[in-house]
Ligand binder design. Structure first.
Ligand code: 1GP
Length: 230
């Protein structure tokens, strides 16, 4: 079985965006540790199934990050379930989860489920707007969220989500310094190898998304962090 703790680099592919076969082939053959399929809006059963079947031709771990119950389906190695801790709406803490468990709780294999403690940092991102996240967070706030995730909720993953913008390394360091058991995912705005290196030297795992669709060559270079962080 795959060991998520060893993952340094992940590409996140948005099922609502189109990607050519060539680019997808390059992403899947890039030696990234895993692919996550996930997005904030326009995620449907149809586009998830399509992308899943294309990625499944390659022998690498594939996770679905759940954004709505309608697009969940069998066939993934892992199901990443976000709980947005700085959301002002209980739906994004545990409301969607409650509905999902009521419908599917009896058939879930919990060994495949990874609960992610999300802290959303970019106020202009779709995810911040959708979840009504309070992104105005001080270092003290980040420290407390990290403690909450690591020592109290004891979640396996803390996801510092800067989606669409490159984050403040000091805040990422603050989160990292509080985590003893929880794995730190950093995602947001990584658009070249240098940025990938910087965040990979602080967080356990970096997530690279949008640059795949903007500049595939630069996206592929971010995988080099695996060489410097063996
Ligand atoms: C988004 O954290 C990921 O959920 C990656 O962010 O798309 O900005 O690379 P980008």
């Amino acid at each position: 079985m795959y060991d998520i703790k060893k993952w340094k680099h992940i590409f996140k592919l948005d099922p609502a965006k189109s990607i050519s076969d060539n680019d997808l082939d390059a992403i899947c053959m890039s030696k990234t540790d895993a692919i996550i399929i996930g997005g904030t809006d326009g995620v449907t059963e149809d586009n998830v199934i399509q992308l899943m079947s294309r990625v499944r031709r390659y022998p690498l771990p594939l996770a679905l990050e759940i954004s709505n119950v309608e697009s969940v389906m069998p066939g993934f190695d892992f199901y990443f379930v976000p709980t947005v801790l700085n959301s002002a709406n209980v739906k994004y803490h545990n409301g969607i989860l409650l509905d999902a468990l009521k419908s599917f709780g009896h058939m879930i294999d919990f060994d495949e489920v990874v609960f992610e403690g999300y802290v959303v940092m970019n106020p202009d991102s779709k995810v911040a707007q959708l979840t009504q996240a309070n992104t105005n967070l001080t270092e003290d706030d980040i420290e407390a969220y990290a403690q909450m995730i690591n020592a109290m909720y004891k979640l396996p993953v803390m996801y510092l989500e800067y989606s669409g913008t490159y984050g403040e390394s000091e805040k990422v360091k603050t989160a990292a310094s509080m985590l003893t058991d929880t794995q730190l995912f950093y995602g947001g705005g990584i658009s070249n190898q240098e940025e990938a290196e910087e965040m990979a030297s602080i967080a356990d795992t970096i997530i690279v998304g949008d640059i795949v669709y903007k500049d595939i060559k630069k996206a592929l270079k971010t995988v080099k962090v695996k060489e410097s962080h063996k």
